[in-house]
Design a protein around this ligand. Structure first.
Ligand SMILES: NC(=O)c1ccc[n+]([C@@H]2O[C@H](COP(=O)([O-])OP(=O)(O)OC[C@H]3O[C@@H](n4cnc5c(N)ncnc54)[C@H](OP(=O)(O)O)[C@@H]3O)[C@@H](O)[C@H]2O)c1
Length: 267
């Protein structure tokens, strides 16, 4: 029987929390969760019982794989701080969609490194079934990919090996469909609060917008509203009503123009 790799998670934020829970529940041995501060560690400890540490001196040095789930900008610095502590065969993988794996290059001679990117939006307060979340793996080293695949398959039903650059590109539509759409909901919610309107009146519309796509309709064929119809008086009226929301007016204007231009150019 093949020995499953052992894992240490670095970080205790939203993704680290879900990875810790899911890896802990799998056959893979999660040896430790390390974070630069105590923040987030007690919740992980409470829900997994796994050893946690915020002292680099106490970092478990014997793991096969170190998954670095810290903010994008801190990946290199964090990896750099642990590379001289861990075994020379150990793998370091970051979890970012957009950061190139090359950020881990040249930290040490012959370092095994890659990316371990679950494509989902994670918040600690939301349960996520990682089995349904695709995990994208990148590395220049076949041996590293093999080891990362073993761990990924233990927690997800969909594991995809993807070139580094393609993973970064995939992160852009991920930002569109989650981050930007969620910001639209935030704007709608703020607008409703300010105008004393009930956001839940919009729930059937929000549901239908998404269900159409899941029913295999192309989003570009599903557009409705004043911009695609060219209803200029309605648009003028909206802009007038938005005078009390000066922050929202430029966005409304930009997106209305973007929709008009898209259908002018594609019809
Ligand atoms: N959340 C998601 O939906 C999601 C999905 C896929 C991939 N990812 C990737 O996963 C990684 C973590 O994202 P997240 O959303 O889990 O972040 P997060 O919840 O904001 O947590 C950030 C983590 O990074 C640590 N950190 C921040 N700055 C640091 C520094 N200068 N040095 C060392 N550690 C530092 C924080 O430590 P403290 O607690 O001490 O501040 C915390 O453990 C990112 O690369 C992100 O692109 C996230």
């Amino acid at each position: 029987m093949v020995r499953l790799p052992t894992v240490v998670i670095i970080g205790a934020g939203n993704l680290a929390y879900h990875l810790a829970l899911n890896i802990h529940q799998s056959q893979v041995k999660l040896l430790q969760v390390y974070n630069r501060s105590r923040r987030g560690l007690s919740k992980i400890k409470k829900n997994t019982g796994v050893e946690t540490s915020s002292s680099l001196n106490k970092l478990n040095r014997g793991a096969d794989i170190y998954i670095i789930a810290v903010s994008d900008d801190a990946i290199r610095e964090t990896a750099s701080a642990i590379t001289h502590l861990i075994s020379k065969d150990a793998i370091i993988a970051h979890t970012s969609g957009s950061v190139s794996i090359d950020v881990l290059n040249n930290l040490r001679a012959e370092l095994c490194y890659g990316a371990f990117y679950p494509l989902q939006s994670f918040k600690k307060e939301r349960d996520i079934d990682l089995r349904k979340v695709p995990i994208f793996l990148s590395s220049h080293q076949p041996k590293t990919l093999k080891q990362l695949s073993v761990v990924a398959r233990e927690i997800s039903d969909k594991v995809v090996i993807i070139p580094d650059e393609e993973r970064s590109k995939l992160h852009i539509p991920a930002v569109y469909v989650n981050n930007f759409v969620n910001h639209m909901y935030t704007i709608a919610s703020d607008y409703c609060t300010k105008e004393n309107l009930q956001i839940d009146h919009l729930y059937p519309l929000m549901k239908e917008t998404l269900e159409r796509i899941f029913d295999n309709n192309k989003p570009q064929d599903m557009q409705t509203g004043p911009a695609i119809r060219g209803d200029k008086a309605t648009i003028r009226n909206h802009k007038k009503l938005l005078k009390d929301h000066p922050d929202q007016l430029p966005l409304y204007h930009y997106l209305t123009k973007a929709i008009t231009r898209y259908y002018d150019e594609n019809n």
